[in-house]
Ligand binder design. Structure first.
Ligand code: ROI
Length: 172
């Protein structure tokens, strides 16, 4: 039988992205910080991807990846922890919406939960339209069923990998 601790553990997917400074380095530092979070285990990291910017043109390409965590942190506590990691990477939240950023950490999925609060929307509302999320996510969980959106393979079929380049390096 599962213990209470196991019952409280959620599988979470976090999207990482950045296009200012040295994004590969910032993503690696962020992954090390995710691995060090309390009540949390980092259980998988996709390759790194270079992706064409979604949003205003004229900004540098992004580096993206997806990480899988097993955590006993609540969604809100995890969000606090992710925002603290972003802040340590020099994230400046005063820029334009969809403008360039040093580091962005998004809770893509938190188990099979659907959350719609002022601070947090899970599944992340942009997932289905973002190849830089779907393709790295598929490396970690190819058959995932996304609450409210359906099976990942069907989402991939509708979201071609245009402008997306898988780099040789893995995130670890
Ligand atoms: N575009 C790409 N390619 N990758 C991102 O991580 C990303 N993040 C964002 C916006 C500005 C929407 N564009 C992006 O937040």
């Amino acid at each position: 039988m599962a213990t209470a601790a196991e019952l409280d553990t959620a599988t979470v997917f976090v999207g990482l992205g950045g296009n200012l400074g040295d994004p590969v380095r910032q993503l690696r530092t962020a992954l090390a910080e995710l691995a060090a979070l309390e009540r949390t285990e980092l259980t998988g990291v996709s390759h790194l991807y270079r992706s064409a910017p979604m949003g205003p043109p004229g900004q540098p390409d992004y580096i993206n990846a997806v990480a899988r965590l097993h955590t006993r942190l609540t969604p809100e506590a995890l969000l606090d922890a992710l925002q603290a990691i972003e802040a340590r990477a020099g994230r400046d939240r005063s820029g334009a919406r969809w403008g360039p950023r040093t580091l962005d950490l998004d809770i893509l999925l938190y188990g099979d939960r659907r959350i719609g609060s002022a601070r947090l929307q899970v599944p992340h509302p942009g997932i289905a339209a973002r190849n830089f999320v779907l393709y790295p996510l598929a490396e970690l969980a190819p058959d995932l069923d996304i609450p409210g959106l359906g099976p990942l393979p069907a989402l991939l079929a509708r979201c071609p990998p245009a402008g997306l380049e898988r780099l040789a390096e893995r995130g670890e």
